[in-house]
Design a protein around this ligand. Sequence first.
Ligand SMILES: [Mn+2]
Length: 324
Amino acid sequence: MELLTVEQTAAFLRKNDGYLVLTHVRPDGDAHGSAAALVRILRALGKTAYVLYNPETTEKFLPVVRELWAPDGWSPKTVVSVDLASEGLFPSNAACHAGNVALGIDHHPSNTGYAARTCLNGQRASCGEIICEIARTLGIEPDVPMAEAIYIAVSTDTGCFSYANATANAFSTAAAMAAAGADIAEWNRILFRTRSRRRIALEGMIYSGAEFYHDGKVAVITVTRRMMEESGCTENDMDDVAAIPGGIEGVACGITLREMTSPTDCKVSVRTTQDVNASELCGVLGGGGHAMAAGASPRGMTTDEMKRVLLKELERMLKGADET
Ligand SMILES: [Mn+2]
């Protein structure tokens, strides 16, 4: 694998043609925004370029990518991935491109280097910021759809500029997209200020069932299959559910338990402040992740069993913290 600078990436994109851009499973705003912006940049260069259809694209991102999807049966000459850290995250219909990705553009430090060439910048909050740098290097002025795609990428990966990764570069990229005509207020309304009525119904059940431990420092919410059925929610409505318990005042450790396909197929997401190591906590169920955001999907356990194990481990961790 060869690591490319932004300049080398721009030169590569100028030289080749017949582009197909891949996104990851459970595609988010950065995946959709980066892929759409890259395809628009390539078309502005006069290239043939499409986004590979992703079966998991949710409703609100359809307008961003729908018209850029590759026609059935079209065969690409150059396969490029965006925001895609490993081949394990390819959607099912991208499996045939494994081992054949000519260029990966990514911001995950964990990128496995599966592409022949990789343009990687782990300092960037979103892949969209790297796409924006590539456009600049190519001398492409963003039009409104391109600017909105890049804005969607940056704003979603930074939680609307509220996470620790909301760097000066993230803000200046967004500012440039606003200057290029992106409708910031409308996209913020769609992405951050609107919830479906199904989701509101589910949140009502979630909040009324929330449990608190350790003087309110630990909050546990559970989403059962029955709650999904009663509210009418699907995966489309489940964005950022894991952030709900951590958003309650005084909570240092927010635990979200979810029943998936059966009562013993469950997963947990943990969001913490600096006081609790989320990855260490999820380790007791065989999971892991980052210090402040982690998860686990142990086999054959119910949400109640998982809760018991996690609370016991938290008891130990919080006691240890008090003693030091
Ligand atoms: Mn990303």
